[in-house]
Design a protein around this ligand. Structure first.
Ligand code: BGC
Length: 247
C-alpha cells in the first residue's frame, strides 16, 4: 500500500509517496524551501506544491515541527511562524489539498515511529529515544516500542539555554563550529537526557545522521548505545505516511 508522506521542517518541505510494506520512498522525493515567514497559509501552499508535483489524489500524512494535540491542533511553533499556534493543521492541509484526507503528527515522533519499525530501533524493547538534529532538536520517546508523544526534549535547559539553541545542527552552522566542538555540546546534552531517562538506546536522526562518523567518535561517557538513524533524512516522510495509515 502507498500513502503520501510530507515532512515539514524549518528549512524544507519534502514529500514522496511511501511504500508502507518496505518502509521506503516509492519515488524520489520532491522538496520546496520552507517559505519565510513560515505562516500557515504560505506553508500550506508549499505542501500543495509538493503533493501536486506527483499528481497525488489519495490520503496524505504530514509532520509538523511542533506539539500536535488531538491529532490536529498545533500547540507550539519554536522554529516556524507563531501564527501556527492553535491552528487546526489537519483541516488547513486537507482544505488546501482540495479535500484530500490529511493527518498531522510531530516531526520527531514520525521519524521515531519509522525508525522503530524499519530502522535502527527495530525490535528494541525498553526505553529508546530518537533525537533529530536539524533546525531544532526533536525527540521521540519509546517504552517497549510504544511512543510517548510530544516529549519536546530539544527544549531541555542546557547551561541556562534552550538546548536546541546550543546543540542543534543549525547551532553548529550558525556558530561555524567544528565537528569536535559541536560533538562536545551534543555530549553534554545527551548526558542530561541520559540522567533523566536512562535509555538503553539513543538513535541520532536528522541530516547529521548521514555524517555520524564525523562526530560520534568524539562522544564519550554516555552509557546508552548510540547509533545513527538508518532511514536518515527520509524517516519523517515514512513516519508521516505510517501515521496516516494508522489513523
Ligand atoms: C520543536 C519540536 C520539533 C523539533 C524538531 C523543536 O523546536 O519544538 O516540536 O520536533 O524542533 O523540528
Amino acid at each position: 500500500m502507498q500513502i503520501f508522506g510530507v515532512d515539514i521542517g524549518g528549512s524544507g518541505i519534502k514529500g514522496a509517496p511511501v511504500d508502507l510494506d518496505k518502509g521506503d520512498l516509492a519515488a524520489e522525493r520532491f522538496k520546496v524551501l520552507t517559505p519565510h515567514p513560515s505562516t500557515p497559509d504560505s506553508v500550506a501552499d508549499g505542501v500543495r506544491q509538493v503533493v501536486e508535483h506527483f499528481g497525488w489524489t489519495g490520503p496524505v500524512g504530514l509532520t509538523f515541527p511542533g506539539v500536535i494535540t488531538g491529532g490536529s491542533t498545533v500547540r507550539t511553533a519554536a522554529n516556524v511562524d507563531k501564527d501556527w499556534v492553535d491552528t487546526d493543521a489537519r483541516a488547513l492541509f486537507s482544505e488546501r489539498l482540495g479535500g484530500l484526507p490529511a493527518t498531522v503528527v510531530n516531526d520527531a515522533d514520525a521519524a521515531g515511529v519509522a525508525e522503530m519499525r524499519f530502522g535502527a530501533g527495530k525490535d528494541r524493547m525498553g526505553t529508546v529515544i530518537l533525537l533529530t538534529f536539524g533546525t531544532g532538536i526533536g525527540s521521540a520517546l519509546f517504552i517497549d516500542g510504544k511512543l510517548v508523544p510530544n516529549t519536546e526534549l530539544g527544549h531541555l535547559e542546557l547551561h541556562g539555554h534552550d538546548a536546541e539553541k546550543r546543540a542543534s545542527s543549525k547551532a553548529k552552522d550558525d556558530g561555524e563550529l567544528t565537528w569536535e566542538h559541536w560533538a562536545h555540546r551534543v555530549q553534554k546534552y545527551l548526558a542530561h537526557v541520559e540522567m533523566l531517562f536512562s535509555p538503553e538506546l539513543i538513535v541520532i536522526g536528522g541530516g547529521v545522521s548521514r555524517k555520524a562518523q564525523k562526530f560520534l567518535p568524539f562522544i564519550e561517557g554516555i552509557q546508552a548505545e548510540i547509533v545513527p538513524a538508518q532511514l536518515q533524512n527520509n524517516a519523517g516522510i515514512v513516519g508521516a505516511a505510517m501515521h496516516a495509515a494508522e489513523s
